[in-house]
Design a protein. Structure first.
Lengths: 115, 111
């Protein structure tokens, strides 16, 4: 069974530039999560999807961050414009069935460096 | 908001020594999950505890959930170099579906 796929694995951009991350969850997993992990910290939830619906985006900085999950499968997380403080690892995870009471499978993450 | 505290932040042991990490919440947790993240890797699910006072074992790893469901621990017996990594606890509160992670305990093992 293929795991959660993320791309790119690494991204270096200058501040004020836009950036996008892509995630393909495990087949059949309806719940998809985007987390941000700063160095030395645990993952922090940005947004959670149930199928194509964003059911928890309270931690998403909506002035610069956006996300979508068209057709309830793949998802894209975008930052525009990026700031120095956005440097972190962006993790995508998926789980089935719905809800946070089941194990989450994490992708390898995208390490973003903003200069 | 909900917070999950983990101690210690770092732990260095000699191979063969035991290791324990503790997780505490100020509020009652509905469940608690433990994840392991190897250096340069991503979090990998280890186990979930749901019941008050629950104890689960996986080979040399023992997981406990407190009676009040506000704390949990992970104990590794006779550590090996393959145990190296950061161990995170994560919990949900009440009816929330949001999993809140602790900051993790980074374990290093000296061979």
């Amino acid at each position: 069974e293929a795991g959660v796929v993320q791309s790119p694995r690494y991204k270096i951009i200058e501040k004020k530039q836009p950036v996008a991350f892509w995630c393909n969850p495990i087949s059949g997993h309806n719940t998809l999560y985007w987390y941000r992990q700063n160095l030395g910290q645990g993952p922090e939830l940005l947004i959670r999807y149930e199928n194509e619906e964003a059911v928890d985006d309270s931690q998403l900085p909506k002035d610069r961050f956006s996300a979508e999950r068209l057709k309830g499968v793949d998802s894209t997380l975008k930052i525009q414009p990026a700031e120095l403080g956005d440097s972190a690892v962006y993790l995508c995870a998926s789980s089935a069935p719905r809800g946070a009471r089941y194990e989450q499978y994490f992708g390898p993450g995208t390490r973003l460096t903003v200069t | 908001g909900q917070q999950v505290m983990q101690i210690p932040q770092y732990q260095h042991v000699q191979e063969g020594e035991d290791f324990t990490t503790y997780c505490n919440s100020s509020t009652t947790l509905s469940n608690i999950q433990w994840y392991k993240q190897r250096p340069g890797g991503h979090p990998v699910f280890l186990i979930q505890l749901v019941k008050s006072g629950e104890v689960k074992k996986q080979k040399r790893l023992t997981f406990q959930f407190g009676e009040a469901k506000k704390n949990s621990s992970l104990h590794i017996t006779a550590t090996q170099t393959t145990d190296v990594g950061t161990y995170f606890c994560a919990g949900t509160q009440g009816g929330s579906e949001k999993l809140v992670f602790g900051k993790g305990t980074k374990l290093t093992v000296n061979p």
